[in-house]
Ligand binder design. Structure first.
Ligand SMILES: Cc1ncc(COP(=O)(O)O)c(C=O)c1O
Length: 482
């Protein structure tokens, strides 16, 4: 006779829903015993999305959209349908907003950075917690004579007082504020309230939604950034090579493109050195867009709508809570914590991304490469390193300011590597492990990863070659990124 399952072993309705979704769309994970926990790197594509798109390609005849034959018109129709679907998904009014298709979020961020009319006296203010594709905009700002200021982070890697840095901008010149709606390092969700705050203080706002959009609704009728950058493979895994800049039309008109390209111009005269740019999004789409890939976007977005962003958020909040709670409970046999979590340890205003270091029994960080290697052996995909977010890393690892600049200066002459930098600093963690969850994940994935972490606490070995223990007193004044 079957024993009835107790409540404790019974999946919740939510877990049951996502197990069924996984069985339909992501069978390959269980078939290969794979725990995929790198959703902030890239989402996994559902089977049906690839099939639907493959069928459309097999049946359709799609040519370069810049011509006017039937095959071109088919491509143009697919691209315009996708543009409308993106605006609908982000609840954006098409009379106020437009979508420029790009290769990825980085290309969308660059479009703004290189064309933003920075001038002497302008400010470029950005969160210390930013992906390098936002940090890189400072080079455009500096070249134009603007000043660059970072908003510091607190011990939880949040930005408690952006206003202090934003205040005092000269409204006679253009000023730009850029920050991520969600950190790709710590999972912190930075307040969307800062958008209005910055606009009132005289800034245009560039919101990096690459890590936020996959699991949280962004409604552009409610929040009004000037520019939003994202990559679609991070939302539903397929296709790669398509991102977007969603821009307010009036803000886009204020950008000054540094060049023109095929597809962006009404006319060019080589005899007279003249050119006329197209209006709106087309002026920002260099050459031929990925018209085949873009055709897959409506089905990808529809899949997210079908599952429901609220349901995704709820499910992932539960899994993140489970992951954080179990990690914080883990101890060495001597009672010392096995894990240090970077960023909030609670589930308030955070997404499903958790950065951590495994610690040895004396509290020193285990090199992230060792943890990454054990995860790899166990068929667990996580990310190791600084995740292209040097500002959050500097705060999280509490790099001593003087040692850091000395090491970076000497290594920029001798050749930089993580190992050399780690040896030079001789103390703090240099790199962490990031576990990030998404649509395909279920509780079993969290347990799979936890078993990998647990193995580091199985024997109370004291490593005599270990580096000195780091006391986390973050150097808030540190501005030079790794
Ligand atoms: C917050 C954030 N911004 C920007 C990017 C850059 O995205 P892409 O590599 O698709 O251009 C990433 C990628 O991980 C990210 O997480």
């Amino acid at each position: 006779m079957l024993t009835p399952r107790t409540d404790a072993t019974m999946p919740t309705q939510m877990e049951a829903y996502f197990r069924a979704l996984r069985a339909r769309e992501f069978r390959r994970l269980d078939a290969q015993g794979h725990a995929y926990l790198d959703y902030t790197g890239a989402a996994l594509y559902p089977e049906s999305l690839v099939r639907t798109h493959a069928n459309a390609l097999v049946d359709g005849i799609y040519g370069n959209p810049h011509a006017d034959g039937p095959s071109s018109r088919a491509s143009t129709a697919a691209v315009e349908e996708a543009r409308a679907a993106v605006l609908r998904f982000f609840d954006a009014d098409p009379t106020e907003h437009t979508v420029c298709f790009t290769a990825n979020a980085s290309a969308a961020l660059r479009l703004v950075g290189e064309a933003y009319p920075f001038a002497r006296g302008s400010r470029f203010v950005l969160a210390a917690d930013n992906h390098n594709s936002v940090n890189g905009i400072r080079e455009f700002a500096l070249r134009a004579g603007a000043s660059v200021r970072y908003v510091p982070l607190d011990a939880d890697l949040r930005m408690p007082d952006a206003e202090a840095v934003l205040r005092g901008a000269d409204r006679r010149v253009p000023n730009l504020f850029a920050y991520p709606a969600q950190s790709n390092f710590s999972g912190v969700r930075h307040s969307l309230g800062m958008i209005d705050q910055a606009r009132e203080l005289g800034y245009d706002v560039l919101l990096d939604a690459a890590a936020f959009a996959p699991t949280s609704p962004l409604r552009l009728r409610d929040v009004r950034p000037d520019f939003v950058a994202l990559s679609f493979y991070k939302m539903f895994g397929y296709p790669t090579g398509v991102g977007a800049l969603i821009a307010r039309r009036e803000s886009l008109r204020r950008l000054r493109r540094p060049w023109f390209a095929g597809g962006t111009v009404e006319f060019v005269s080589t005899q007279h050195g003249m050119h006329g740019m197209k209006d709106g999004a087309e002026a920002f789409e260099d050459g031929t867009v990925n018209f085949l890939g873009i055709g897959a976007l409506p089905a990808g977005l529809a899949m997210l709508v079908d599952v429901g962003m609220a349901r995704i958020g709820h499910h992932l909040a539960g899994l993140t809570r489970l992951l954080l709670d179990r990690l914080m409970e883990m101890r060495h046999p001597n009672g010392a914590p096995l894990v240090r979590i970077h960023g909030p340890r609670d589930s308030i205003d955070r997404g499903a991304t958790v950065a951590l270091n495994v610690l040895d029994a004396d509290g020193a960080p285990v090199d992230y490469e060792r943890v990454e290697a054990k995860a790899r052996e166990a068929n667990v995909s996580v990310r190791g390193g600084c995740f292209c977010n040097p500002g959050a890393a500097e705060h999280a690892f509490a790099f001593p300011a003087d040692d850091t600049s000395r090491c970076l200066e000497s290594l920029s002459r001798e050749g930089f590597s993580v190992e050399r930098f780690r040896r030079c600093l001789a103390g703090p963690a240099v790199g962490a492990i990031r576990a990030s969850l998404g649509l395909a994940n279920v509780e079993a994935d969290v347990h799979h990863f936890l078993r990998v972490v647990e193995t580091f606490g199985e024997s109370d070995t004291h490593d005599t070659t270990k580096r000195r223990r780091v006391v986390a007193t973050p150097p808030w004044a540190l501005t030079r990124p790794l």
